[in-house]
Design a protein around this ligand. Structure first.
Ligand SMILES: Nc1nc2c(ncn2[C@@H]2O[C@H](COP(=O)(O)OP(=O)(O)OP(=O)(O)O)[C@@H](O)[C@H]2O)c(=O)[nH]1
Ligand SMILES: [Zn+2]
Length: 185
């Protein structure tokens, strides 16, 4: 990431909004913003699929659900944060499972980019499906969008739920219902 370029651009923005980039509180802001962008967009330089490549074998063909995984991301339309919880379920094939933290790491890498909630949801599902080849994957994200809260339509308290299903979850209502029950339990 080109932090020097972010700093230059940020100084221009400070001037453009009519503020003084030399006043004490703003002097270091361009550099701070550059460091922040490096952090919140760290996923741009990551390949999330590596987390699904370290496979364990366990005699298990029942669903694995990792729920209430916190995520934070940046809306690509306004560069404002959105954040919430993710629930990620998969049914192993031939006892192939991954470490639980790896499921959260996939969500983390994909979230840390300029994003849309729908794309995070889909990309997490596709990454698990394509790399681990389970029988099915279901991903649900619940997100609060700052661009809906503090500006524009100004609806704080609203929440957006997105869902992606792959494999067995696509056709089977009972399997989807099981996940919803497990999430709500
Ligand atoms: N589908 C989807 N939309 C999003 C997401 N994050 C932000 N948005 C929406 O992106 C849209 C951008 O709309 P535009 O009309 O181009 O921009 P805008 O004039 O700032 O829109 P308003 O927010 O309605 O003021 C808005 O409706 C946002 O609510 C997301 O993750 N998924
Ligand atoms: Zn937005």
């Amino acid at each position: 990431m080109d932090k020097k370029r972010i700093e230059t651009a940020m100084k221009e923005i400070i001037i453009a909004i009519g503020e003084d980039p030399e006043r004490e509180g703003l002097q270091e802001t361009p550099a701070r913003v550059a460091r922040m962008f490096e952090e919140v967009f760290a996923g741009l330089e990551k390949d999330p699929s590596i987390h699904a490549k370290k496979v364990f074998h366990e005699d298990n063909s029942e669903v694995v659900l990792v729920k209430d995984i916190s995520f934070t991301s940046m809306c690509e339309h306004h560069f404002l944060p959105f954040y919430g919880k993710g629930h990620i379920a998969y049914i192993p094939r031939d006892g192939r499972v991954v470490g639980l933290s790896k499921v959260a790491r996939i969500l983390e890498d994909i979230s840390k980019r300029p994003q849309m909630q729908e794309r995070i949801t889909n990309d997490v599902a596709d990454t698990l499906m394509d790399t681990l080849n389970p029988q099915g994957v279901m991903v649900i994200l619940e997100g609060d969008h700052m661009c809906m809260n503090i500006r524009g339509v100004k609806k704080p308290g609203s929440s957006t739920v997105t869902k992606a299903t792959r494999g067995a979850y696509k056709e089977n209502y009972e399997l989807r219902k099981e996940i919803m029950d497990m999430i709500n339990s």
